[in-house]
Each structure stands twice: as structure tokens, then as C-alpha cells.
Design a protein around this ligand. Structure first.
Ligand code: TYD
Length: 130
């Protein structure tokens, strides 16, 4: 599995920067935006895959670790920059951990929420991707 990072274009200004996600920077049509916040220290999130959904995950504040598995290899990355997105394609298992205090994880998603798109156990995931 290749880790796919997105360098989010920035409008730099000594009075504060702006990061913009538009056009071909995002390889899918954004149908939903949500964010994770107030994550207690020690909490682990994720622990699922999506059959069809693609997402871009951004640590817009603070940091957290993302573990990605494709059934053969495992990667662990720390997200800690508001101008860097991690593209998570469909059929990739993801877990999130080690959230810093005040961390905010922004997610851009290619579709609306649909529970039937989730694969919620790793056993089921392995059977799905094999
Ligand atoms: P889930 O995606 O499992 O969270 P995480 O991967 O961050 O641990 O979602 C947690 C709960 O929230 C689950 O019951 C589904 C619900 N949910 C929605 O209703 N709509 C949404 O857009 C999202 C992301 C979750």
C-alpha cells in the first residue's frame, strides 16, 4: 500500500495562513465534511473500513496517529499539520490513536453517511479483501 498524502495549497500571510481544498486537489466530489474533537486522551477511534467511501483526513489542530492496513501491510503515520491531508481509499482498514489534547481531525468524505458501507470487524475485512 502506498501512503497518499495531499499537500493542501496555502495562501500564506504573516497575519495567518489559509489552506484551500478545491478542484483537483481532492480526487473525489466532497459529499460530507465532519470532524472529530474533544477526544479524551488514550481513546482509540476508527477500527473499520469502508467498501466504497474515500476520505481525506487532516489534523487541522494538534496531532494524532493513523494506522492503515490493507490485509498485507501496515503503516502508521502521525498527522500533525493543517496543510497536509492523508487520502484513505476504500477497502483500507483504519485506526486512530494518540490524540493530543485539543486535537481536531477534519474528514472530507466522498459520500454521505451510510452504515451499510462500513466493515466493522477486522475478520470481516480480511474476508472482504482477500
Ligand atoms: P464512526 O465512523 O464509527 O467513528 P470513528 O471511526 O471516528 O470511531 O462513527 C461513530 C458513530 O457516529 C457511529 O454510530 C456512526 C455515527 N456517525 C454518523 O451518524 N454520521 C457520520 O457522518 C459519522 C462519521 C458517524
Amino acid at each position: 500500500m502506498n501512503l497518499e498524502f495531499i499537500d493542501i495549497p496555502k495562501i500564506k500571510n504573516p497575519k495567518g495562513n489559509i489552506a484551500v481544498l478545491e478542484g483537483e486537489v481532492v480526487p473525489f466530489e466532497i459529499k460530507r465534511v465532519y470532524y472529530l474533537f474533544d477526544v479524551p486522551s488514550g481513546a482509540r477511534r476508527g477500527g473499520h473500513a469502508h467498501k466504497n467511501l474515500m476520505q481525506i483526513l487532516i489534523a487541522v489542530s494538534g496531532s494524532f496517529d493513523v494506522i492503515l492496513k490493507d490485509g498485507r501491510t501496515t503503516h502508521k503515520v502521525t498527522l500533525n499539520r493543517p496543510d497536509r491531508g492523508l487520502l484513505i481509499r476504500n477497502n483500507i482498514w483504519r485506526e486512530m490513536e494518540s490524540f493530543s489534547a485539543g486535537a481536531v481531525g477534519l474528514v472530507l468524505a466522498s459520500d454521505v453517511y451510510e452504515e451499510s458501507d462500513y466493515i466493522r470487524t477486522f475478520k470481516e475485512y480480511l474476508a472482504h479483501v482477500k
